[in-house]
Design a protein around this ligand. Structure first.
Ligand SMILES: *Cc1c(COP(=O)(O)O)cnc(C)c1O
Length: 386
């Protein structure tokens, strides 16, 4: 099999860089010539462009997606004693930021179809101490926002969208980051819009919140050295902004290529009759931008090991659900509390989906999975014979 000889990485940033090298280098050069490195015109331009792209009035550049989440919570004045509802299955930052402010992350199980917050399970988690809901648009597909927005309205709760993986994704025509009070984006290099280092953005349609975020980002000072709030240094660098502005021009094209690759995987899996593989489910009222293409299979660990042997890059997002993380032991959650999150953590595997992935590479991935399934069936039937 050719799959044994041509490695398929999970992500190939060099392939993308090759296509935009000159423009990226010009952008960096422009910043070097200006010697304006912190905030400034490039950052302001990116803020306007991301806000427009995300159908929001305001964009505030942040030092990372994690800091965007932290400052969004600070802007809402989330403090010790408060509770924030988040999915049990997501990246750590969503919960970590809540806990860092002394507030309590309250976990809710996910919908097994989309791996996003299950709206039907939120109500039971709301208490008089609940201040905010933080849905995550995991893997590039929006959470089911309508019932979440409805619950928030009814219980007078704020919504922070963790849109770190979902820039440009839609829910019923609304953009990720535009449906709650605050949207949080990450420009970590592996996201659909990735910088050349860390970066992030907060979006909002609320002028007062935008003002607070801007203050908090820069030690709460206005004017300089007069501190209205206790903030920090959560600023975005001009070099990151300049490079991200180049890349933003290509974002729709790249996301479309990811969607095309997802469609091609579906065809290849169907042709290979691999029914034991659960493919990502695209909800009809959403635009999935495929930051990750995540399959599920009970034999996940064996498949991941097999693909690694065959030089195919995969990743497990995420092997431990948040309620079972060691650092949250004192919250008192136990195995069995969130069965869908626990099952997702055991069964999901991300396959290469990046825009430059070739047809041949995708065939190699599916061929290898088909070979694994054949071997596994063989072993299973041997086991039952003895
Ligand atoms: C990447 C990510 C973050 C954090 O973003 P950073 O820029 O890496 O700090 C937060 N939440 C989710 C769901 C993410 O995928």
């Amino acid at each position: 099999m050719t799959t044994l000889h041509s490695p398929v990485p999970l992500l190939d940033l060099k392939a993308q860089y090759t296509t935009i090298r000159d423009q990226v280098q010009d952008a960096i050069e422009r910043v070097l010539e200006s010697q304006q490195f912190i905030l400034g015109a490039e950052v302001e331009a990116l803020e306007r462009e991301i806000a427009a792209y995300s159908q929001c009035e305001f964009g505030i550049g942040m030092s990372s997606g994690t800091d965007a989440i932290l400052v969004a919570l600070m802007a809402l004045d989330i403090r010790p004693g408060d509770q924030v509802i988040i999915p049990a299955y997501t990246f750590f930052a969503t919960a970590g930021c809540v806990a860092r402010l002394g507030a309590q992350p309250v976990f809710v199980d996910v919908d097994p179809q989309t791996f996003n917050l299950d709206p039907a399970k939120i109500k039971a988690a709301i208490t008089p101490r609940t201040r905010a809901l933080m849905p995550v648009h995991l893997f590039g597909q929006c959470a089911e926002m309508e019932p979440i927005v409805e619950l928030a309205r009814k219980h007078n709760l704020a919504i922070i969208e963790d849109a770190a993986q979902a820039i440009g994704s839609d829910y019923r025509g609304q953009r990720a980051g535009a449906m709650g009070q605050l949207g949080c984006f990450s420009f970590f290099p592996s996201k659909n819009l990735g910088g050349i280092g860390d970066g992030g953005m907060i979006t909002t349609n609320d002028r007062a919140l935008a003002e607070r975020v801007r203050l908090l980002r820069n030690h709460g000072a206005h004017p300089k050295y007069y501190h209205k709030l206790i903030g920090g240094n959560f600023r975005l660098d001009a070099i990151q902004a300049a490079v991200l502005r180049v890349k933003l021009n290509y974002l729709d094209q790249w996301s479309a290529a990811r969607q095309k690759n997802a469609a091609r995987y579906r065809q290849l899996f169907a042709k290979a009759q691999l029914e034991m593989i659960g493919l990502p489910i695209e909800e009809p009222d959403r635009r999935h931008i495929y930051n990750q293409f995540v399959i599920r299979i009970p034999e996940r660990d064996a498949l991941a090991a097999y693909l690694k042997q065959n030089n195919i890059g995969t990743e497990i997002y995420y092997p431990v659900p948040l309620h079972l993380q060691e650092c949250f032991a004192e919250l008192g959650y136990r195995v069995g509390d969130f069965p869908e999150s626990e099952r997702a953590a055991k069964e999901t595997l991300a396959l290469p989906i990046y825009p430059e992935l070739s047809d041949a590479q995708q065939r190699a991935v599916v061929d290898a999975i088909a070979a694994f399934c054949k071997e596994t069936d063989f072993k299973v039937s041997l086991r039952t014979q003895t």
